[in-house]
Design a protein around this ligand. Structure first.
Ligand code: F6P
Length: 382
């Protein structure tokens, strides 16, 4: 049964950052304080809970942060049950729970992606504490929500990058391979690729056939188009590699493609042991240049996609999600994630979210859209 208003919540941001985190912190804090709930900010994700590093939030601290990128609380990828301490890794679950109780928290609000959803549920199950999560990630791959916050901002950045690559690729009659974040889910690459009009879009969910890609590029050239843009997600696999993995019955090491160039020792590395691995995009560009005879270049967007201010869409989404969370907390609803279903922000049981990843289904409308505008998705030539 919902508990009456009042009490104290802690709020933390965990995992890779993204635009919109500050907007959600603001939304949760303002709505919770509106209902008479005290709000403690916890520094640097779960590590701050273990190390008891908190800051009491008030209206002036969460004012003016709506438009700011990153997270003013700081983030980390640390997990309570496997936390690096000194030279070892220690299970700090009991410490995290002890601090939760010492701070007299009624609920721990966790803003994060798939790892955070699992860590929050684990704390609830093992430590008996209340948690509430919100779906953050530029990857858009959290289950039980139609969209995650940060995705729209990252998609805008990647789309603008593809626009800019178009003009330079046109001038030099080149092929440009643009690497976009996403190890397991291709939402960002697919969305930005369609919005930016990429000629080829390769995502982890659709193993690619190099021959089909090369035939598409050659055909474009024959039809008078002297440049091509290829949007590539970090986690793509070739059909051959996917087949090998399936045969072995287990996932081999990511990007462990036997066709990859050998790792080289970075000549100026201070300790001379840092290895530089060829990225999937570089490998693909190398093969494409060899097979088409057309000059190819690579642009890896990297963490630029996670930086800077959120878009208007994300600011609105974050404020809606955050304030909905504040309202649910005031009613004593715990152990849920606040997600988006259709036009509504709704609570969903956390156990339906944690451990499930939302990848792009093969029959998704965006896949059909891309094919209808004759974008090659790597499985067949267009
Ligand atoms: O999970 C979000 C994400 O941005 C991925 O798309 C990307 O592969 C990864 O984080 C990079 O994380 P890091 O912060 O460790 O470089």
């Amino acid at each position: 049964m919902p508990k009456p208003t009042g009490g104290t919540i802690g709020i933390l941001t965990a995992g890779g950052d993204c635009p919109g985190l500050n907007a959600v912190i603001r939304g949760v804090a303002k709505a919770a304080m509106h209902h008479g709930i005290r709000v403690l900010g916890i520094r640097d994700g779960f590590r701050g809970l273990v190390e008891n590093r908190t800051i009491e939030l008030n209206n002036s601290l969460v004012s003016g942060i709506l438009t700011q990128g990153g997270t003013f609380l700081g983030s980390s990828r640390d997990k309570p049950h496997k936390m690096p301490v000194g030279h070892g890794v220690v299970d700090q679950t009991a410490v995290a729970v002890r601090n939760y109780r010492r701070l007299k928290l009624d609920c721990l609000v966790c803003l994060g992606g798939n790892g955070t959803q699992k860590n929050a549920l684990r704390l609830h199950e093992r430590g008996g504490i209340n948690v509430l999560t919100l779906p953050k990630t530029i990857d858009n791959d959290v289950a039980e929500t139609d969209i995650t916050f940060g995705f729209d901002s990252a998609m805008s950045i990647a789309t603008e990058a593809i626009d800019r690559l178009h003009t330079t690729a046109t001038s030099h009659h080149r092929i440009i391979v643009c690497e976009i974040m996403g190890h397991d889910a291709g939402w960002l690459c697919l969305g930005a690729g369609i919005a930016g009009g990429a000629d080829v879009i390769l995502i982890p969910e659709i193993p690619y056939d190099l021959d089909a890609v090369v035939r598409t590029l050659t055909q474009r050239r024959r039809s008078g188009k002297r440049f091509s843009i290829i949007a590539v997600a970090e986690g793509i696999v070739s059909k051959a590699e996917a087949g090998r993995r399936a045969q072995q019955g287990k996932k081999t090491k990511k990007n462990a493609d036997p066709d990859a160039a050998p790792a080289v020792i970075a000549p100026h590395a201070p300790d001379a042991v840092h290895l530089v691995h060829e990225s999937v995009a570089s490998r693909l560009a190398r093969h494409i240049q060899q097979l088409t005879g057309v000059e190819a270049r690579v642009t890896s967007l990297g963490h630029v996609q996670r930086g800077g201010p959120p878009t208007a869409f994300d600011r609105l989404l974050c404020t809606r999600l955050g304030t909905k969370a504040g309202e649910l907390l005031a009613q004593g609803h715990y152990n849920i994630m606040v997600g988006v279903k259709g036009t509504e922000c709704v609570p969903v049981p956390l156990e339906n979210v944690a451990g499930f990843k939302r990848t792009v289904p093969p029959d998704h409308a965006w896949i059909k859209t891309a094919r209808l505008v004759e974008t090659c998705l790597g499985d067949e030539a267009v």
